[in-house]
Design a protein around this ligand. Structure first.
Ligand code: FE2
Ligand code: FE2
Length: 375
């Protein structure tokens, strides 16, 4: 039997010591290489035989937008004011009001430190979005090479362009409007490395389109709904239109492929989904931010993990992943192995939320804007 130790490198999911022992040691490096042995697949079957992917591809071709011209970069951004607005919201506070901070390093914090924490948190979050988007760019370029179906190659090519735009837009926002970059979070990097080190074409989809992009779609949605900053709101709206298609691409492709897989093959996929879910939870602890704020990271995170309102917010991030895994049959196979793991993680309650295979057209804000403008 595969143990937690085999899958995620620790027995206890919430073992803080083990979580914090994962750090990047080469934060000054400009490049990072992941070695893989894989086949680039040509197909001579050009027949368009997958209507759902054809429809998605047509949609992608008409929903392209331009970072340089479709967003108003002259919008002034006052990061401190944005931080204050965010802090006024109950659901995005670092600690809920019911947390007793007496005797902790935070008891002495003034508003200055809380504002600084919110600013660093924003720099960190947008930096991780940017790094994750580069992961998506590389994974999707990989899918163009490895997927054996022509309709999927066509669609994946449009996603490569989408992801280039996403890296571009977050990098520009960080440079022009925010106050600092963070290197990639160690847990996010570990996950991207694991996805890219696997040479089975469908694993790239599962790791990226279902898990990473499923989480991104929920995270962007939350930030879009929460932020009062109009430029960020608009750019997230555009990015989400694309991400919904990307997740749909994963669902529509894997739905077909998983029907052929044996129980043992499905177990590999279930374990991979679980590993990815844990890595993504680990990354949201923002360990680098606490470090930059000069507090003891372990002390800070011990408190964060006790905070129930924060746990609820983190779970919401799985609201797209769980229904999509259900649609793919990943929850029930092998004696409901993944259902049990998701129950332990506290995220199974989302299983009957709408899956993205159905939802993507509703999220296409670019098409709505074009229609409204009569273009
Ligand atoms: Fe993206
Ligand atoms: Fe994407």
């Amino acid at each position: 039997m595969t143990t937690n130790q085999d899958m995620i490198g620790r027995d206890e999911i919430n073992d803080l010591e083990a979580i914090l022992s994962v750090t990047n040691t080469d934060t000054d490096a400009v490049m990072h290489a992941v070695r893989t042995d894989l086949d680039a697949i040509f197909t001579w079957d050009y027949e368009r035989s997958r209507p759902a992917l054809i429809k998605l591809y047509e949609k992608a071709k008409t929903s392209q937008w331009n970072v340089t011209t479709d967003l108003d970069w002259s919008t002034p951004v006052d990061q401190e004011q944005v931080a204050l607005n965010n802090m006024a919201r109950e659901d995005v506070k670092f600690f809920g009001d019911d947390m007793d901070l007496t005797g902790t390093p935070f008891a002495k914090w003034t508003e200055n430190e809380w504002v600084q924490l919110a600013i660093e948190g924003q720099n960190w979050t947008l930096s991780q979005f940017m790094h994750g988007e580069q992961g998506a760019l590389i994974c999707t370029a990989r899918i163009v090479e490895t997927v054996p179906w022509i309709d999927a190659k066509y669609y994946a090519a449009t996603q490569v362009m989408d992801e280039a735009r996403h890296v571009e837009v977050f990098a520009k926002y960080l440079d022009d409007k925010l106050s600092g970059h963070y290197p990639i979070n160690a847990h996010l990097r570990l996950l991207l490395d694991d996805i890219l080190a696997d040479n089975r074409w469908d694993m790239t989809y599962l790791g990226m389109q279902i898990m990473v992009e499923g989480l991104a779609l929920a995270a962007f949605g939350f930030m879009h709904q929460m932020t009062t900053e109009p430029l960020l709101k608009q750019l997230l709206r555009y990015v989400m239109s694309d991400e919904a298609r990307h997740v749909a691409f994963g669902v529509l492709s894997l739905q077909e492929y998983y029907k052929e897989l044996s129980d043992a093959e499905m177990k590999d996929r279930q374990e991979f989904a679980f590993e990815a879910a844990v890595r993504m939870r680990d990354r949201f602890l923002q360990q680098e931010v606490w470090d930059r704020m000069g507090v003891n990271v372990k002390d800070a995170l011990t408190l964060v993990l006790q905070d129930e309102s924060r746990a609820m917010f983190q779970n919401i991030l799985f609201s797209k992943i769980v229904p999509n895994c259900k649609k793919l049959g990943l929850l029930e196979r092998n004696d409901a192995w993944l259902r049990k793991r998701f129950t332990e993680l506290g995220v199974i309650q989302f299983e009957d939320w709408v899956d993205t295979g159905e939802e993507y057209a509703m999220l296409d804000e670019v098409a709505k804007d074009r229609a409204a403008a009569g273009a």
